[in-house]
Design a protein around this ligand. Structure first.
Ligand code: SF4
Length: 101
């Protein structure tokens, strides 16, 4: 399966080989002006979160399934993400694709 959302946060329970299976994600960063001020709020540490007990939808996530509060990002359109490709970083699950307007 193809997706345009690459997640390098391998510690996340929803991550399988760089693809996200959270079905949709929430990226936070309301006051962000740089990438480290953004983060994926859907991240769940695999050491303490088990998908086998998870009652939510487990399906491949793409950029169309992102809700984002980073209003200062040029890709943010009314809380959605218009980027054709998004990368979530291994450090604190922040959004590498963030760029200021
Ligand atoms: S590219 Fe911008 S709008 Fe898209 S998820 Fe990252 S911070 Fe949010």
């Amino acid at each position: 399966m193809e997706t345009n959302l690459l997640c390098l946060e391998k510690e996340c329970a929803f991550n399988k080989s760089g693809s996200c299976y959270a079905s949709h994600i929430k990226v936070e960063g309301y006051d962000a002006y740089i990438t480290p001020e953004t983060y994926c709020d859907t991240f769940r540490d695999s050491s303490s979160f088990s998908l086998s007990n998870y009652g939510g939808n487990i399906s491949l996530t793409s950029t169309q399934n992102i809700s984002c509060s980073a209003d200062n990002c040029k890709y943010n359109i009314s809380g959605g993400c218009s980027a054709s490709f998004v990368q979530i970083n291994p450090q604190n699950a922040n959004c590498e694709t963030f760029i200021t307007k």
